[in-house]
Write a protein that binds this ligand. Structure first.
Ligand SMILES: [Zn+2]
Length: 456
């Protein structure tokens, strides 16, 4: 048994309890007890102790929208409208990259996530051409938890029920192979694409087949939804309905569906998402950076929809720091609603933890520090000038801390980050490899950095 001792535990349990001078007992991969340090010491006198003096213990952060394969191109997607962003940067990178570089980009992103206290992420649109053996090995080595949304496209040709079933069955086979690998820390989901702009086609039989397969496999579906002003209008002009109505009519909503962005949802759509139990992943930094739109988070939450948080990616954020995301989520709502209390710090901390767990169907074992849940725990060191004094722990976590305050990270009760260093991989060697491959890919893609800087 392991005790994380002498911490302030921000549990995110149903009562949102904060336990001062707490200790957390870990048995194998789960939290077995959490109470005052004195109580825990008397119950488990022989346990191994990790001293957490001066630290806040929080549940591992859950990044529900993170394109983990984009970090080799960090800084090369700035100042672009979403269409050239996809056409001139993202698509050429997917089409031309060596699968080993895809894995390298994922490794870099995961390393950054762990350093920033993220213990679980959802990568949408994981390319079917990727090397899944190497990717899941890397996840295993780093010790992080991942939901991989395998990009699932309809076959060319007619949208027949038979062809759709065959296409989805082929994906299903691959998903069964990798789902549950890395000691259960890899989940395979469907990453869908729905019509967004002229030239996109729709495939009702295919969406129905994906919905059936997701139900059979007991996995989720994630896709970009009603993100941009143009894609919402495109659906409305072509189908005569709002995007949420279109998705509902195409079997693409439900409790196992995590929609990305939804910036332009209307009150009618909020009620459709609530009625169907569909979740929304909100990425305020990327939404602001790309001038995508502003999700009316307080209205969506008040309407009964679960909203989680995501960083989006190295191309449009340009980091995977959920602390920055939490702060930005509050600032965006406060600024645009002209209210300093539009979105509270505690609410965004919920979005980064327990609501994130709910969004991926894992609320029963992730998202809070409670006996029985998996021991995904982050120790945040607040003994720094920028996070001191601590009148209000949650305020300091959301508005003052950054990922750089993260000291240690445990996933499944195993330490994967210690004193800010990733344990599962040689960081310096990886950074050197990234420098070389980032430059090679930039040259291959003919992309130039938009700001001044050196060659990598
Ligand atoms: Zn995205």
């Amino acid at each position: 048994m392991l005790l994380i001792d002498n911490v302030i535990a921000v549990t995110m349990d149903a009562r949102r309890s904060i336990v001062e001078s707490a200790a957390i007992a870990i048995e194998d991969e789960r939290i077995s007890d959490l109470d005052s340090a004195a109580e825990i010491h008397s119950r488990y006198p022989d346990a191994e102790i990790v001293d957490g003096a001066g630290m806040i213990a929080i549940p591992g952060l859950i990044d529900t929208h993170a394109h983990a394969d984009q970090s080799l191109l960090r800084g090369l997607g700035d100042c672009l409208h979403w269409m050239p962003f996809l056409d001139d940067v993202v698509e050429p990178w997917l089409a031309s990259r060596d699968p080993a570089d895809g894995v390298l980009a994922n490794a870099l992103s995961m390393m950054e996530m762990l350093r920033n206290g993220t213990t679980c992420f959802v990568s949408p649109n994981v390319d079917p051409r990727d090397d899944y053996a190497a990717l899941t090995d890397t996840i295993d080595q780093l010790g992080i938890r991942a939901v991989l949304g395998r990009f699932t496209m309809p076959a060319a040709g007619p949208d027949s029920v038979a062809i759709a079933a065959e296409t989805v069955a082929a994906h299903e086979e691959v998903m069964r192979r990798w789902h549950g690998t890395a000691n259960g820390r890899v989940a395979m989901w469907f990453g869908l694409m729905v019509p967004r702009r002229p030239g996109d086609t729709d495939h009702p039989a295919f969406y129905a087949a994906v919905a059936d397969a997701a139900r059979d496999l007991d996995v989720g579906i994630t896709y970009h939804f009603c993100s941009e002003f143009e894609d919402a209008v495109y659906i409305q002009n072509n189908y005569g309905v709002r995007p949420a109505e279109w998705s509902r009519d195409n079997h693409a909503l439900g409790p196992n569906v995590l929609l990305i962005n939804g910036c332009w949802v209307t009150p009618l759509e909020i009620s459709i998402l609530a009625d169907t139990g569909t979740h929304l992943a909100h990425s305020p930094v990327a939404n602001m950076k790309m001038a995508t739109g502003i999700l009316p988070v307080p209205d969506v939450l008040a309407g009964g929809v679960n909203v989680s948080l995501g960083t989006d990616g190295a191309l449009n954020n340009n980091s995977y720091d959920m602390f920055g995301e939490m702060k930005a989520a509050c600032l965006l709502q406060n600024a645009t609603r002209r209210s300093a209390a539009a979105l509270a710090a505690e609410t965004v901390l919920e979005m980064a933890t327990i609501r994130g767990a709910r969004a991926i169907g894992r609320e029963h074992d992730l998202g809070s520090l409670e006996a029985g849940k998996l021991a995904d725990i982050v120790l945040v060191d607040m003994r720094r000038p920028g996070t001191w004094p601590m009148h209000d722990v949650v305020s300091n976590l959301v508005f003052a801390a950054t990922g750089a305050n993260v000291h240690s990270v445990f996933v499944d009760g195993r330490k994967v980050l210690d004193a800010g260093r990733v344990l599962g991989m040689d960081e310096d060697a990886l950074l050197e490899q990234v420098r070389e491959r980032a430059l090679a890919n930039r040259t291959l893609l003919g992309l130039r950095e938009r700001s001044t800087g050196d060659d990598a």
